[in-house]
Design a protein around this ligand. Structure first.
Ligand code: GDP
Ligand code: MG
Length: 239
């Protein structure tokens, strides 16, 4: 059991904590389904970005939003423990953003998202990004109703992270391997990283990127455009 938020640790945990963890997560899953329905009714594609603090989530969003905004409405929900700093950075790109501060909480949950969706009210057909609280543990356990999970990991964090934080990497649809501009300066082998990731999640797409220098951002944009196209085709909406 996570001492900070009571979000549940190992689903096969010990003793009295298990039923409570299951109740917390079952309630969350119920609210996540409500969010999913809300998003489907509006044909909104929601992508949940997760990482440890400082991996480059906000910088990646600033960069990709600038390209997307010409073609599609975009909105961002920012999750942090405190400060409106990230939402301010996103708004500076011209994109609507709402900050949700979790206080001592170490993740966003589906209930917080439901309130944020009502308040932000993204335009139908939007791409909606959620920047989760920086943390490789608790956010992985909480379904927000998102269509896709993107995990950002920078090359300064070490190749072993998929093995050490398997819950996070197991549920990722795409892993953005950020800060590749720093590869000449750090001891990080992208091949060994992919091998370790494939042990916990062989299906995840891996996109090497540098939010700072721009490498791979076209591939990230294409990945998003492809998911948006699939969503609208499923809904039978012409764009
Ligand atoms: N060298 C390098 N630094 C980056 C890159 N992306 C982000 N950063 C830096 O990493 C720090 C944290 O970035 P930020 O986007 O705030 O991370 P977040 O906490 O995950 O949202 C900032 O100083 C960024 O300028 C990158 O691709 N290369
Ligand atoms: Mg950030």
């Amino acid at each position: 059991m996570c001492g900070t938020c009571g979000c549940g640790g190992d689903e096969h945990g010990h003793g009295e904590t298990v039923p409570m963890e299951h109740r917390v997560l079952a309630r969350n899953d119920h609210l996540a389904e409500h969010n999913r329905t809300w998003l489907r009714e509006r044909s909104i594609l929601m992508v949940n970005l997760m990482s440890s603090p400082g991996s480059g989530k906000t910088t990646l969003l600033e960069r990709v939003i600038t390209g997307l905004l010409d073609r599609v409405p975009v909105a961002v929900i920012e999750g942090d423990q405190a400060t409106p700093l990230d939402a301010d950075r996103i708004r500076a790109t011209g994109c609507p953003a709402l900050q949700v501060n979790t206080g001592s909480g170490c993740h966003l949950d589906a209930g917080m998202l439901a309130g944020a969706l009502d308040e932000l009210d993204p335009a139908p057909g939007s791409v909606l990004f959620v920047e989760n609280v920086g943390n490789l543990v608790c956010p992985a356990l909480f379904d927000l109703g998102e269509d896709h999970r993107a995990v950002v990991m920078s090359v300064t964090e070490g190749e072993d992270k998929p093995l050490k934080y398997p819950y996070m990497f197991r549920t990722a649809d795409v892993v953005l391997l950020n800060k590749v501009d720093l590869l000449p300066h750090v001891d990080f082998d992208p091949v060994r990283f992919r091998e370790r990731l494939s042990r916990v999640n062989p299906a995840a797409d891996v996109l090497p990127v540098s939010a700072l220098r721009g490498d791979g951002l076209g591939e990230w944009d294409t990945w998003l455009a492809d998911r948006l196209r699939r969503l609208t085709e499923e809904a039978g909406i012409p764009r």
